[in-house]
Design a protein around this ligand. Structure first.
Ligand code: GLU
Length: 489
């Protein structure tokens, strides 16, 4: 593969969000270029003017920045093949569409929307596939010239061969063939002067020197039409790398195309839900690709570049698994420095637990190894934010042989020692409780449990009794212990 310099591109339509499938396409295209010392281009495909969304290009570029997918040519950075926004290239497409007409490989079509609608309705009534009937395919050149000079509205259509088969070899899916008679004379240039995606991307990929077209497998079966365009121009065909479908699992266990019903499906939604960009990238790298001869799962971008090759891409659909993403995210959260984690979680902690006297730095430290997303912290700190109702059943614990009575005794006995404690921090408090256990003959586990339940008021906590007392501070810890004593009496 090294005989030519690899050039790949990411060519998103500006929809306003970055679907995970699109991000995976960008990542694989980027990896293919970077792993082989090639070039990576970004091109904005905005020829569908009806679907334009304000600010959508910025969402795309921001996602690329946040994920570290740098590009050599494209919006903002420029390059020798610009402009990189299709709506700014209109005249280029017209020129090439007219060139195809001159070559006898495309034709002007003057059929009105009403006529096309009628064809459509007739086909629907007859339950047939229908499509364009090639009415204008063989108009005489004089008639065409005359109608053009009259200013009649027209489109330019591709002249698909009527017989034969068109094949190409996809790098992932192998040989794909399509009978020419199955294909429509598709529109290349629309009546408003804009090109269709079908035409514009072929012209651009050629002009931009793209050697490998990497994209979702929804384009697998339209690609024969595209290779016919390359052939019609006499341009060399690029390599095609179509990526497996991305699926999600429904509640009933069935799988279907990944969509909102499965949960967050855009990069922005995942960030909102508290996932880290590099964890998302790492996880989606493995959704459809796996390294050769290794079970490695945690990869940074540089490691992915080292390991990536086309032959590791799978044909079978990949199922997006939120549980697995959580695992990746918790691994990346653990890798954050304590300060970095604290900075990310602090706004949430301050909002959930606004009362003075709480040691939120300590709380952040306790959460660091225990959350799989930053947002998950929100559900884990309710017991800090408020005094939860008493749950007496918790005080009966088989493993530590506790009963509510024993817990009450423990609390009554440790309380004066805690009141006297002048150094309210984990180690000191831990020694204090241990010393009490040794002196009183009560199991240390029972002491820790009684105190932990008294301050947390719930059984499962992020951290032990003395760590939590450090979070609550002396006043609130003692207030909660007194409350528990009153309740247990
Ligand atoms: N604009 C197309 C899309 O977003 C690009 C497909 C391609 O990469 O050729 O689906």
């Amino acid at each position: 593969m090294n005989e030519e310099k690899i050039v790949t591109r990411f060519a998103p339509s500006p929809t306003g969000f970055m679907h995970i499938g699109n991000l995976r396409t960008a990542l694989y295209a980027w990896l293919l270029a970077r792993a082989n010392g090639g070039r990576f281009i970004v091109r904005i495909e905005d020829t569908d003017q009806v679907r334009l969304v304000e600010g959508a290009v910025e969402v795309i570029l921001q996602t690329l920045r946040q994920t570290g997918l740098d590009y050599d040519e494209g919006p903002e950075v420029g390059g020798e093949h610009g402009p990189y926004v299709q709506s700014e290239r209109k005249e280029i497409y017209r020129k090439y569409a007219e060139e195809l007409v001159a070559k006898g490989q495309a034709y002007y079509c003057f059929c009105t929307p009403e006529r096309l609608q009628q064809l459509h309705d007739e086909a629907a009534a007859a339950d047939s596939v229908g499509g364009y009937d090639r009415h204008c395919r063989n108009l005489l050149p004089e008639e065409v010239a005359e109608r053009l000079s009259r200013g009649e509205s027209y489109v330019i259509r591709q002249k698909i061969p009527l017989e034969g088969v068109t094949s190409y070899t996809d790098e992932v899916f192998g040989e794909i063939s399509m009978e020419n008679k199955e294909m429509q004379d598709q529109i290349l240039l629309k009546a408003d002067g804009y090109p269709t995606y079908n035409f514009a991307h072929v012209v651009d990929d050629y002009l931009m020197g793209v050697t490998h077209v990497v994209r979702g497998s929804e384009y697998l079966t339209s690609t024969p039409k595209y290779v016919l365009l390359y052939d019609a121009f006499g341009w060399p065909r690029p390599h095609y790398v179509h990526l497996p479908l991305l699926m999600g699992q429904n509640e009933d266990g069935k799988i279907s195309k990944l969509s909102k019903r499965h949960g967050a499906v855009s990069f922005q939604d995942l960030l909102q839900a508290g996932y880290l960009p590099q964890a998302i990238v790492n996880y989606i790298a493995l959704l459809g690709w796996c390294p050769k001869d290794s079970n490695q799962e945690i990869f940074n971008l540089a490691e992915l570049c080292q390991a990536f090759s086309i032959d590791g891409i799978s044909k079978s659909p990949s199922v997006f698994d939120y549980g697995k993403l959580n695992w990746f995210n918790s691994e990346y959260i653990k890798q954050l420095s304590p300060t970095n984690f604290a900075e990310r979680v602090m706004p949430l902690l301050k909002q959930k637990c606004p009362s003075d006297g709480l040691n939120l730095d300590k709380l952040a430290q306790l959460l660091h190894t225990r959350v799989s997303t930053i947002n998950e912290a929100a559900n884990m700190v309710d017991f800090v934010a408020e005094r939860l109702p008493l749950d007496l059943a918790n005080y009966t614990n088989k493993k530590n042989k506790t009963t509510p009575e024993l817990c009450l005794r423990i609390l009554q006995e440790v309380q004066p020692r805690l009141v006297a404690c002048a150094d309210w921090q984990n180690d000191t408090l831990f020694e204090l409780l241990k010393a009490y256990a040794a002196e009183s003959g009560v199991k240390a586990g029972a002491v820790m449990l009684a105190v932990r339940l008294a301050v947390a008021r719930q059984a499962v906590t992020p951290g032990g009794a003395t760590e939590l007392m450090e979070v609550f501070g002396k006043a609130e810890s003692l207030a909660r212990i007194e409350l528990a004593m009153a309740e247990l009496q």
